[in-house]
Design a protein. Structure first.
Length: 193
């Protein structure tokens, strides 16, 4: 997929849906300080392993903030992920995101929690909850690609190429994706691989 980006404009945020810029004032060890921050939703992400293809299923999509920092990066490689913005359990949100973005129906009990960690600690400090699930073609229910105006492309990455992707600086990717590869490679015997 080739992304063609046109008419890029940057403007101040006044009425926001997902993030809320704030100024934080506080006293630390007797010194008054201020910090610019963003209130945002926590998120979930899931490392998907396709059993027949012996590959990870990643998503590729355009991310405007990445593009603003490097116009040569027109899309990112990411885990299937979503915001925690619904009145559902984390694992229910993961299941929903796997369906919407990737087109697979995974049973709730087959989604395994890995860990949680904080992202963008200097800006938003949102918590990301990381999961793992195995998929196969019997679970495929549609082509995926996201909902509404999302333009998500699916990308299968053979396990043996994961190290290469981690260190390929020409490709934009998230820390959660790289950490999940590390977790998988460290635990693959316990996972039955």
């Amino acid at each position: 997929m080739i992304n063609v980006i046109k008419n890029l404009k940057i403007s101040e945020l006044t009425d926001t849906r997902f993030i809320h810029p704030v100024k934080v004032s506080f006293n630390q060890n007797g010194k008054d300080k201020t910090w610019e921050a963003v209130r945002s939703h926590d998120s979930v992400a899931v490392l998907l392993y396709h059993q027949e293809k012996k590959a990870f299923l990643l998503v590729k999509q355009f991310r405007a903030p990445v593009y603003l920092n490097d116009i040569n990066k027109t899309y990112t490689y990411e885990l299937c992920a979503g915001l925690v913005d619904k009145n559902k359990s984390l694992v229910e949100i993961v299941k929903e995101e796997i369906d919407e973005e990737c087109g697979y129906n995974v049973d709730l009990q087959d989604i395994q929690k890995i860990t949680s960690f904080f992202t963008n600690v200097g800006i938003s400090g949102g918590c990301q909850h990381l999961f793992f699930a195995k998929i196969n073609e019997s679970m495929k229910i549609h082509e995926g690609g996201g909902v509404n105006d999302e333009q998500i492309e699916l990308h299968f990455l053979p396990i043996e190429k994961s190290d290469e992707l981690i260190f390929d600086e020409s490709k934009a990717k998230t820390p959660g994706l790289m950490f999940s590869f590390y977790w998988f490679l460290k635990n693959q015997k316990d996972l039955g691989f």
